[in-house]
Each structure stands twice: as C-alpha cells, then as structure tokens.
Design a binder for this molecule. Structure first.
Ligand code: AMP
Length: 289
C-alpha cells in the first residue's frame, strides 16, 4: 500500500520532514505546481519517483506571475482533490505554503533570467517569467531537492529554470518530462477547464498545426512557408488570435532563420494562440533528417 501523503503549509514542518529523509540518506525529488492537478502534473510525480526515494509536490498559486487583470483570482483551486491525486500518484509530501511563507512581508528580492525571459511568452508579459523564476528559486531554497521535474509543455519555462539553476549554482538536477495530451492531441492544462465545448473542439488544432509544420519542415519545406501554413490552420480551427508559431534553437529559443532547415538541424516548434478567452501554448521537437 502507498504511504499516506503528508501535508504541510509551513516551511518549518517541511524542513523537519525533509531533514529526517535526508539524514536517512534518501534522494529527494520535487515537483512545483499551481494545483488543479491533471495527468500532466501527476506524470511529473511519476518521473521523480523513477530516480528518487521521496517526492515533494508544492501547490502554490504564485501571485507574482500574474499581472493585474489576469486570472489570479479565478485560477482553479481544489486543494483536497489535488492532495488525493498526489497520494494516488505515490507522492510523499504536499507543500502548500501560504503567501506569507513564500513572500515574507517586505520581500524585495526577485530573480530575473535575462534574454530568455523576454522572448515568446515573455514579450507581452514581461512580469511572467520573473515571477516564475522567483518562486521556483524560493521553493528550491525551501525544499532543497536533489532533483526537480518540470513539464516540456511549458518549454520556455523549462529552459529558464535550467539556466537559472546553472547560473545560481543550485545543485539540483532538472528533468524535463514529456507533455501529456488528451486523445486528440490537446496538451493537458489546468486552463483547459475554461474552454467551452466548442472551444475545446477547436483547441486540438494547436497540436495538429505544430505536427503538420514539423512534417513539412522535416521534408525540406522552408520555415516561413510551413509556419505560415500552421498559422492559417489555427485560424481555420477557430483561434481568434495567433500570438506566434515559430521555430527556434532548442535551448536559446532564438528564432531560426528563414529558408530550409539544414540537414541534421534540431529545434523546437512553439505555438501560442487564443481560443475564446483562453490562451493556449504548445511545442514539439523537430529534426531535419
Ligand atoms: P502549473 O501547475 O501549470 O504551473 O504546472 C506545473 C508543472 O506541470 C509545470 O512543470 C508544467 O510544465 C507541468 N505540466 C503542465 N501541464 C503538463 C502536461 N500536459 N504534461 C506534462 N507536464 C505538464
């Protein structure tokens, strides 16, 4: 039988539990989340369990990554259900800190990963990745894991966390776990809860558009043609606005130049667009044979 899930809201309790594990020589994995958990989040717990003896998941809706007018107040919160799911997935400890615990009164310190944070999703929302890096750094200091697992679903976030971990010398191995999708290809996301049934049908077009673009690029179609086709396809699927569909270097996220991908080029295709009131993102790897 799986062990019962321990649950704490305080850093002191967290450190006491983790301290005991550490003394026993156990390897600790960490999965940060904002809750409203789905199979995607739980797969990260599974990935952590593959290499760790104990897994901590955090649930914290981080205010510093929302701008005024974004969905902070209505972001889905369902702590008891989430903890049941974590327990079923084999997680050992849920850390559900208060805002005061993460941002003590008068906090002035923020983390800013330059350049990588200002591209793509960071362009129109510059606060966003500063907030993500800041909360993840603070959580790393609280939990001090050996391993932390993030989803490739949020690919830019994953690259930013890898870079921050390297730059600040956190001795934490960062694992990027594959994206979990619904049967029609839509990447699972807490924000999919906002989609109307009609929006939900069109939403799978995002993965389909990237999938098609990959096939075209790998067959030698110039980037600008394959990417323009992908944008058109999104519009046909009912996306009201396409923020970007782009081909980038897999780590620096710099846009690859127009023209045919040279043989052997590896990169990442990333897309973002609005389906109704919901902004969706997705990405896939490509490699020109
Ligand atoms: P969030 O709660 O949205 O902040 O996500 C917490 C973690 O779950 C992040 O590392 C995400 O990349 C990851 N994640 C979210 N959706 C998925 C998915 N469909 N497949 C895999 N990982 C995911």
């Amino acid at each position: 039988m799986k062990q019962p899930l321990a649950r704490t809201t305080t850093r002191a309790d967290l450190r006491a539990i983790i301290g005991d594990w550490r003394q026993a020589g156990l390897r600790i994995g960490f999965v940060p989340t904002m809750g409203a958990l789905h199979e995607g989040h739980l797969s990260l717990v599974g990935a952590a369990l593959e290499t760790c003896d104990r897994v901590v998941a955090s649930i914290f809706v981080n205010p510093t990554q929302f701008a005024p007018g974004e969905d902070l107040d209505v972001y889905p919160r369902m702590l008891d259900e989430d903890c049941d799911k974590l327990q079923a997935a084999g997680c050992h400890l849920a850390y559900c800190p208060t805002e005061e615990e993460m941002y003590p009164e008068g906090s002035l310190t923020n983390i800013r990963v330059e350049t990588l944070s200002d591209l793509l999703d960071g362009g129109p929302r510059p606060h966003f990745f500063y907030g993500v890096a800041t909360i993840v750094a603070r959580l790393f200091v609280h939990v001090r894991p050996d391993v932390a697992v993030f989803g490739q679903k949020d690919y830019q976030q994953l690259q930013i966390i890898k870079r921050m971990t390297r730059d600040l010398g956190f001795e934490i191995a960062i694992i990027g776990a594959p994206t979990i999708r619904d049967a029609d290809g839509l990447a699972q996301s807490s924000r999919n809860l906002y989609l109307t049934p009609e929006d939900r049908r069109g939403a799978s077009g995002l993965f389909a558009s990237l999938h098609r673009a990959r096939a075209r690029i790998e067959a030698g179609t110039p980037f600008e043609i394959a990417l323009a086709e992908a944008r058109d396809y999104l519009t046909q699927c009912g996306f009201s606005k396409v923020d970007y569909v782009t081909a980038t270097h897999p780590e620096t996220l710099q846009t690859l130049p127009d023209g045919q991908a040279a043989k052997g080029t590896e990169g990442r295709l990333l897309g973002a667009g609005w389906m109704g009131k919901t902004r969706l993102i997705d990405n896939i790897a490509f490699r020109r044979p």
